[in-house]
Write a new protein. Structure first.
Length: 114
C-alpha cells in the first residue's frame, strides 16, 4: 500500500474533495509531507453535490474518524502513516453512513504493509 502525501486526493462517495492538512514536516516524499494518523479526520469537504434542503439531505462537509487505513508497522513521531487503503465516514446525509476514500495517494514511490 502506498503512503499518502499532502497531494493525495481523498473524496466522499459523492466525489466531494477532502481538504488535506498534514500535521508533520519531518518526513517528505519528493518534497511533499506525508500524512499520519489523524490528519484525514475532522477535515473539510468541498464540492459535495449531495444536497436537497427541502428533503433534509445535506452535503458531506466534514470527515469523521478513520475506520481503516493507518499502518500498523510504520510510524512517524509515534503516529501511524496513512495508507492508500484509508477509509472513513463523513457527516453527510444520512450521518455516519457516507464514506470517504483515497482516489489518488499523491505519490507512487513509497509503499508499506498495513
Amino acid at each position: 500500500m502506498k503512503w499518502l502525501t499532502e497531494d493525495a486526493l481523498l473524496v466522499c462517495d459523492h466525489r466531494g474533495k477532502v481538504d488535506n492538512r498534514p500535521s508533520q514536516a519531518f518526513v517528505r516524499i519528493e518534497g511533499r509531507r506525508v500524512l499520519v494518523a489523524t490528519d484525514p479526520e475532522g477535515r473539510g469537504i468541498s464540492g459535495c453535490p449531495n444536497a436537497n434542503p427541502l428533503a433534509g439531505i445535506r452535503p458531506c462537509l466534514t470527515t469523521m474518524k478513520v475506520d481503516e487505513g493507518y499502518s500498523t508497522l510504520v510510524r512517524i513521531a509515534g503516529r501511524p502513516v496513512a495508507l492508500d487503503a484509508l477509509k472513513g465516514r463523513t457527516d453527510g446525509t444520512p450521518p455516519a453512513t457516507v464514506d470517504y476514500i483515497v482516489q489518488r495517494p499523491g505519490q507512487s514511490l513509497v509503499k508499506a504493509r498495513s
